[in-house]
Write a protein that binds this ligand. Structure first.
Ligand code: HEC
Ligand code: HEC
Length: 207
């Protein structure tokens, strides 16, 4: 009788220990599966990412963005992205050369009227040592470049997401009289931008 109870007690204890162990193991597996970079659940969906970038790309290549991300050392102007008049140059810091500083003509706000310079307190090109060229880049190249810490102004993913809220990016949706808006609304752009980066910042297939 006594022995029986004891045996029973031991086996219940053993079962308890086994169940706890099983629980720990399955919890461990579960959280391993959820770990960032572990695949599946951490929001790394390359198809959704690439789809979102197709929308982002349309905005990047629109004149409102590309005119400040030229392949040469002069900003661009207009819907046809012609080279900026008056021989305006990038300069080392992106703020212009000699007497032709961007801020001489580009005020902190848009000036009313057609063909007046758009305004923003931060108006300038990217600096000469990191030109962040959009012009002439296909979708694959541009996605790679923007995700590259050494080409994007040393931005990690969180800072890239933040950059879409930057005043210069927003300025594209207040372009001044006579200029077209980017092809997506600002909220639609933010949604696509966040989905692209949040799902892993994948580049569409190369060529
Ligand atoms: C001498 C005056 C002057 C200087 C200096 C100047 N700009 Fe401009 N910029 C203008 C004017 C005027 C326009 C508008 C032209 C138009 O709409 O026809 C303009 C338009 C632009 C546009 C086109 C905006 C758009 O949405 O298409 C960009 C980009 C630009 N400037 C960048 C710069 C940068 C960067 C610098 C400094 C490196 C600079 N500009 C220096 C006068 C100037
Ligand atoms: C007035 C010029 C100007 C306009 C207009 C402009 N940018 Fe930029 N952009 C810059 C400058 C200058 C930098 C570098 C400063 C920085 O990184 O904060 C930059 C950096 C960037 C970067 C990070 C660098 C990279 O290539 O990864 C992104 C992304 C970007 N811009 C996107 C845009 C988008 C999207 C638009 C249009 C909606 C836009 N920009 C319009 C001047 C401009």
């Amino acid at each position: 009788m006594n022995k029986n109870i004891q045996r029973c007690g031991i086996s219940i204890q053993t079962m308890g220990v086994m169940m706890v162990l099983l629980g720990v193991i399955s919890l461990g597996l579960f959280s391993f599966d959820r770990a960032p970079g572990g695949g599946g659940a951490a929001g790394k969906d390359s198809a959704a990412s690439v789809r979102a970038f197709a929308e982002v790309y349309k905005v990047l290549k629109s004149p409102r963005c590309m005119n400040c991300h030229p392949s040469g050392d002069q900003p661009l102007q207009g819907e046809d992205s012609h080279v900026h008049t008056m021989n305006v140059q990038r300069g080392e810091d992106g703020k212009g050369l000699y007497a032709l500083k961007c801020s001489n003509c580009h005020q902190s706000k848009n000036v009313p009227g057609l063909h007046t310079p758009p305004g923003n307190p931060k108006w300038q090109l990217p600096p000469a040592d990191m030109k962040m060229v959009f012009q002439g880049k296909d979708a694959h190249e541009l996605a790679k470049q923007i995700m590259d810490y050494n080409q994007n102004g040393h931005k990690n993913k969180a800072q890239l997401i933040e950059h879409a809220r930057d005043t210069l990016v927003k300025a594209a949706w207040r372009p001044g009289e006579g200029r077209k808006l980017p092809p997506l609304s600002y909220p639609a752009f933010l949604k696509a931008w966040d989905a692209w980066i949040g799902n892993g910042g994948y580049a569409p297939g190369g060529h």
